[in-house]
Design a protein around this ligand. Structure first.
Ligand code: FAD
Length: 137
């Protein structure tokens, strides 16, 4: 079986920005005419489904466990990293990217890891807005 990741081509810093820029826009009035299927109800699927629903699409979200809440996401301890760049900590998107690739034994899809580092701050904000409980102590 051929595994196709569909990672956009080009320099990793620009790959996903370029892919987003090249996507066709959907007129807000037409969004409700599209039915979207999201497979998976973990943090990735559930937040995608909620966001797409909020944008006006008709969304169906599927999972194969007995409850949508049985996804692995529920088991996560609640630690998360983001390139917040607090004063003097020398943090950056590039550092988080490098650290994550290294932590994955250099086997990750690098353009996707770069995107993760780039939007890491927003991921936390989105999770908080959607009621995800984080370990704070
Ligand atoms: C014990 C544990 C602790 C963790 N701690 C942390 C932590 O502290 N910090 C951190 O950042 N990460 C942590 N992780 C990792 C993190 O939880 C996962 O990377 C993340 O939750 C994955 O989210 P996801 O939405 O991509 O996948 P999942 O939450 O695994 O969701 C996958 C969904 O896809 C559905 N699905 C799969 N196959 C099919 C199919 N064929 N048809 C229909 N539905 C399907 C499943 O039913 C499920 O709803 C931890 C993981 C575990 C297991």
């Amino acid at each position: 079986m051929e595994l196709r990741s569909r990672t956009p081509s080009g320099p990793i810093q620009d790959a996903w920005d370029k892919a987003r820029f090249e996507m066709k826009l959907v007129n807000p009035a037409n969004k409700r005419k599209h039915r979207l299927i999201v497979v998976g109800s973990g943090l990735a699927g559930a937040s995608a489904a909620a966001t797409l629903g909020e944008l006006g699409y008709q969304v169906s979200c599927f999972c194969f466990q007995d409850s949508p809440r049985r996804a692995h996401s529920i088991a996560a301890q609640g630690g998360i990293n983001a390139a917040k760049n607090y004063q003097n900590d020398g943090d950056s998107v590039w550092r988080l990217f490098y650290d994550t690739v290294k932590g994955g034994d250099f086997r990750s899809r690098e353009a996707n890891v770069y995107r993760l580092a780039q939007i890491s701050v927003h991921i936390i904000d989105q999770c908080v807005a959607q009621g995800v409980p984080f370990a704070r102590e």
